[in-house]
Ligand binder design. Structure first.
Ligand code: GZL
Length: 341
């Protein structure tokens, strides 16, 4: 297999599921062996006969700095030079647009479909259609909530519950030594990162009676909506000590609202976020954000490897967990000069 260029994520492979995934991958490609897949549109061409693998990718949207870095990683890796023909679509954060895109890829008969599901539920029907067309599906970034795990061959993404736990642990241990009121800027309603980062944070602070979440509302992962919701919190809450934002962009929006209210972010109100994109890390270095848990967006190289393995009928891991770091101000200052995103 030719070398895939681009930065690699650090990842943990969850063993034990690969046999199921391998059987599924072969079935999805219509092959019980490594012979070129039968049926499934151009799978035979991409799977064994031709060199180019056709991929249909449905992206959530362009809502945040994280998403821009994730899109760049995928488009910079799934290139013709690396053996791919990529059809890419931006769903503008609407599930109906993603379902429409997946159906168009099925109609095109691509070799593989990959996507980041904007929300967790409502995918079984279109994934059944992909399975019936013998087109394997790879999930990237976000998970789907389905009873039938044979509907996708692999899921590569971070552990969002752990990200929430790490943010909550920092708040509890660093700031929770006295009573503090937390306001939460949630990600997109119904999305895996919003659901999991909320539950992870709650579990981490559960045993500390000093830490109280006094308000929680979605800012839809965007800077502008994060600012608007924070403006509302500043109006409705008498005493806010901490902002927990599910991503940097909403945290940056909260900073704008806090400063517009004549308060000092990082002093009057501490902010903890998730992602660690450049703008967030700069705010951390400047002391406006106090702590960031990373969510690595550079999924392109690993996605390319998974796709090539699936098409070649090789073993495919069912769940690949992307490992993330954590940053305080000192670590951000050190990391910024060489940070890729
Ligand atoms: C997380 C990703 C989230 C980011 C946000 O993997 O799905 O979506 O945390 C992005 O910045 O909008």
């Amino acid at each position: 297999m030719e070398r895939i260029t681009g930065a690699r994520t650090r990842r943990t492979v969850l063993a034990g599921a690969s046999v199921l995934a391998l059987a599924t991958a072969l079935a999805a490609c219509g092959g019980g062996s490594t012979e070129p897949a039968a049926g499934g549109g151009s799978a035979a061409a991409g799977g064994g006969g031709g060199d180019t693998i056709t991929v249909g990718f449905s992206q959530v949207g362009a809502e945040s700095g994280w998403r821009a870095a994730n899109t760049k990683s995928i488009q910079d890796t799934l290139t013709e030079e690396n053996g791919f023909q990529l059809s890419f679509s931006d769903a503008q954060q609407k599930q109906e647009n993603q379902i429409q895109a997946l159906r168009s890829y099925i109609a095109q008969g691509v070799d593989v479909i990959a996507f980041s599901p904007v929300v967790e539920t409502g995918w079984d029907a279109v994934l059944e259609e992909a399975k019936a067309a013998e087109i394997p599906v790879v999930l990237t970034d976000r998970a789907v909530d389905t009873a039938d795990e044979s509907l996708y061959v692999s899921f590569i993404g971070s552990d969002f519950v752990l990200e929430g736990e790490r943010a909550g642990t920092w708040v509890s241990e660093t700031l929770g030594t006295e009573p503090i009121n937390v306001v939460e800027l949630q990600g997109t309603t119904g999305s895996a990162p919003a659901n999991d980062r909320k539950s992870g944070f709650e579990s981490a602070i559960a045993d500390n009676p000093n830490v109280t979440v006094v308000a929680s509302q979605t800012g839809n992962f965007t800077r502008s909506e994060g600012r608007t919701v924070m403006e509302g919190f500043l109006q409705s809450q008498d005493d806010i000590d901490v902002v927990y934002a599910h991503n940097d962009d909403m945290g940056l929006g909260a900073i704008e609202a806090i400063e517009a209210a004549g308060l000092v972010p990082g002093e009057d109100i501490k902010i903890v976020t998730i992602d660690a994109v450049k703008d967030g890390m700069q705010a951390l270095a400047d002391g406006k954000i106090s702590y960031i848990v990373e969510c690595n967006p550079l999924l392109g190289p690993d996605l390319a490897e998974i796709i090539k393995s699936v098409v070649a009928g090789e073993e495919v891991e069912k769940r690949i967990v992307v490992e993330d770091q954590e940053f305080d101000q000192e670590a951000a200052i050190e990391a910024l000069p060489t940070r890729e995103y």
